[in-house]
Design a protein around this ligand. Structure first.
Ligand SMILES: N[C@@H](CCC(=O)N[C@@H](CS)C(=O)NCC(=O)O)C(=O)O
Length: 225
């Protein structure tokens, strides 16, 4: 078994990308400390934070690896891969490269991190800054299109999960984004019945509850609505 990292810090905010990692940590039984980065105060733009992640985004992890080397990096998909490789060595929550689902899992994880997530954020910022007209309609159209793709995938897979027949890191990647469906798609749950059923199923899981609460409890005064 690969030896494990120590002194894990998660730089995060009460937002979907932050919750993605705290949920994964809870699922894998990883001890970690939350370092709050308040995006509403621009704390992601300070010189200190930019040394950790020049992209000025959370999540970022800092830890000491099994060779005693300090590691610091961002990008939620990479953070997930690192901790799954080190803590899920018997593949309870992801698929090895010998599995037919190996590339499909990365298809969905990258679709979340590179396609659905950024579209939601762009639309959300457009809404906050009162962008109207064709631009705004286009952003919203994309958001709804990507949620529909997820809804259809859950129906097509037919097991209650996004891929395969077990809860996996793919479900974790989408969960915190999907719970914001009414605000981000500006639509009601009836439009995505398969996502709704899947959200309800995952919401019962203790690790998902705990990982969501970790981040929410750290920022009690902030709400997206
Ligand atoms: N591709 C990055 C996106 C991270 C991201 O956009 N994080 C948002 C919060 S959900 C953020 O930190 N935004 C701050 C900003 O853009 O100033 C990832 O998956 O980690």
């Amino acid at each position: 078994m690969t030896s494990q990292p120590t002194s894990i810090k998660l730089y995060t905010f009460k937002s979907p990308n932050g919750q993605k990692i705290s949920i994964l940590f809870r699922l894998l039984g990883i001890d970690f400390e939350i370092v709050k980065v308040d995006l509403t105060k621009g704390e992601q733009k300070t010189p200190e934070f930019k040394k950790l992640n020049p992209s000025e985004t959370i999540p970022v992890v800092e830890f000491v690896d099994s060779n005693g080397v300090k590691q610091i990096f961002g990008e939620s998909a990479v953070i997930m891969k690192y901790f799954l490789d080190h803590y899920d060595t018997n593949y309870q929550y992801h698929y090895p490269n010998s599995d037919p689902l190996f590339y499909e899992q990365y298809h969905w994880e990258i679709f979340q991190a590179a396609t659905l997530g950024p579209s939601l954020v762009t639309n959300f910022i457009a809404k906050l800054t009162n962008v109207t007209g064709v631009g705004r309609k286009e952003f919203l159209k994309r958001v709804n299109k990507y949620y529909d793709i997820l809804d259809q995938q859950i129906a097509k897979n037919g097991t209650g999960y996004i891929i395969g027949d077990k809860l996996s890191a793919v479900d974790v990647a989408f969960y915190s984004w999907a719970t914001m469906y009414p605000q981000t798609a500006e639509n009601d749950w009836d439009s995505v019945p398969n996502i709704k059923k899947w959200v309800d199923l995952l919401s019962e899981h203790p690790a998902i509850q705990k990982g969501t609460a970790d981040v929410n409890d750290a920022f009690p005064d902030f709400s997206f609505s």
